[in-house]
Design a binder for this molecule. Sequence first.
Ligand code: SAM
Ligand code: PRE
Length: 235
Amino acid sequence: MNDKVFTKPIKKHFEFDEEVAAVFDDMLKRSVPFYGESQKITKFFALKSIKEESIVYDLGSSTASLLISIAKDLAVDARLIGLDNSEAMLEQARKKAQAFGVSIELENADILEYDYKDADLFISNFTLQFIRPLVREELVKKIYDSLKSDGIFIFSEKVISHHSKLNKDLIECYYDYKKEQGYSEYEIVQKREALENVLVPYSEDENIKMAKNCGFKHCEVIFRWANFATFIAIK
Ligand SMILES: C[S@@+](CC[C@H](N)C(=O)[O-])C[C@H]1O[C@@H](n2cnc3c(N)ncnc32)[C@H](O)[C@@H]1O
Ligand SMILES: O=C(O)C(=O)C[C@]1(C(=O)O)C=C[C@@H](O)C=C1
């Protein structure tokens, strides 16, 4: 289904509710530049780190597009676990996983509270930005503590620049992209307002610093387009 969520006046902050979940795949394809590429590069590094009996967590797995894609190409027996606290997203995810005939585990859980088992890989694409800054680093520390030695954490985020002119231009560049994808000026403004204080992006440097503060010995960007970036952090 096509994303028309912000064509009408908004009454509330952005939520991952039924209305959003029903159009989410279209929304991401048209709202995250090179979404397909960031997913491909995530999958490339994921497949390298998954071993026999590995546990893999995808935090904020939404409609499970990434885990389904990984499951299709996985040559070993591993547990792919998607966590999300939106039942509407999980319903979409379960339907898709069944249609593709893949074996993934999907759980309704708060990623801040979850009791993680020792894992070889954590993934969290476009989700940390929705976690309150006050507890975001705590979550990344929890991820670090739950990773086996040499485990990796791949995450993608919308990013800002602390150079105000560059930041303004990056946002303009992104809105041009959205217009090219068929979103109207009205939809763009409405969504920006709905996301205010809900999606709180960090800069590339702040994300790397956060990962290093939590103990990761290495963290760098493996893909970036304007204000969207994919990071890899190595324990
Ligand atoms: C932008 S979406 C993630 C997109 C997805 N990873 C992908 O690449 O297609 C963010 C997801 O995180 C989930 N989420 C946000 N806060 C959460 C929390 N505290 N616990 C679990 N899931 C959460 C939302 O329900 C939503 O499905
Ligand atoms: O549309 C925007 O402004 C976005 O920031 C895109 C974005 C994201 O980056 O997570 C925001 C909300 C939805 O989850 C889908 C995509």
